[in-house]
Design a protein. Structure first.
Length: 299
């Protein structure tokens, strides 16, 4: 089977590609920079130079594949529409990558007890309306003869096996912890995110590719932590006990409004029981604090 992956040089896309190749799949991938073609070829990936804005290129790559995994952008409706139109009435698989910040509110670091499942309807805040609408659109496209699937990762951590090794949230927090000499969190820091190791996440994509029914969505998680706990772990790594609370205004100045509110001060708690039961996904790594202690670079 040939799988076309957008964002194949990225953190998630590259780790998925590496796993699929190890399982005997043929992998083609879209890359923005031509200098990445040779390194990807060494990994066994057929690299296609271009961007998701190139409609004819997307059409050709999707038409030549048996399945498409979209990791390049979860919020660009034009590329998604092109891919879905290309795959219409083919019975081929389209896996879309979303993100669990769709569950967040403007919570200013206050913890929530609620844990989402795929059956619970999401009433997103205005900043996440487009994300959830695209998820629904992809799932509804199952009626057009496409095996559409949406995977919703929570906080992804761990060292990737593609060209790009790092995630977003933890490295961002660590960079600022290094600058300030101690772990940081926003406002109360009590808000909680579920998390998943990138290697386990890649295995979920493989399971979905092999057996997920059309029109199905899955949260990906194997543990959770509050931002205050993450900050304390980073302080320990730096050899100090104190942590720093940033006000929302300060966090917005440093990270931007979207990351400050939805990436670092919201709750994003989800259950992956559906993926475990329906797809026999068995994540084995629950070590975000071990990752902070042993794997985050001190450079």
């Amino acid at each position: 089977m040939k799988v076309f992956i957008t964002g194949v040089n990225g953190y998630i896309g590259g780790t998925i590609a590496n796993l699929l190749i190890s399982k005997g799949y043929d992998v083609a991938g879209l890359v923005r920079r031509r200098e990445l073609i040779a390194p990807l070829a060494k990994m066994g990936i057929e690299a296609i130079a271009g961007t998701i804005d190139n409609g004819p290129l997307l059409q050709q790559a999707a038409a030549n594949a048996d399945a498409v995994i979209h990791t390049a952008s979860h919020v660009d409706p034009y590329s998604i529409d092109i891919l879905l139109e290309t795959l219409k009435d083919t019975g081929k698989t389209f896996i879309h990558t979303s993100g669990s910040s769709i569950l967040g509110r403007k919570e200013y670091g206050i913890a929530s007890r609620f844990i989402y499942t795929e059956d619970y309807p999401i009433a997103p805040r205005v900043e996440r309306v487009a994300w959830t609408a695209i998820n629904h659109h992809v799932l509804q496209a199952a009626i057009t003869g496409i095996r559409t699937i949406v995977i919703i990762p929570t906080m992804v951590y761990g060292i990737g096996t593609g060209l790009h090794k790092e995630s977003i949230q933890l490295p961002l927090l660590w960079k600022n912890a290094l600058a300030k000499g101690k772990g940081i969190y926003v406002e109360k820091g009590e808000s909680i995110w579920s998390n998943v190791h990138v290697a386990d996440l890649a295995k979920l994509y493989l399971k979905a590719l092999e057996k997920a029914p059309a029109g199905s969505a899955y949260y990906a998680e194997n543990g959770e932590a509050s931002f205050r706990e993450i900050a304390a772990a980073m302080s320990t790594k730096l050899g100090v006990q104190e942590t720093i609370s940033l006000s929302m205004d300060e966090a917005i100045r440093i990270f931007g409004a979207d990351m400050a509110h939805y990436g670092l001060a919201s709750n994003s708690r989800a259950s992956s029981d559906k993926a475990r039961q329906m797809l026999d996904w068995q994540p084995s790594i629950n070590s975000i604090f071990d990752h902070i202690k042993n794997e985050i670079s001190e450079a």
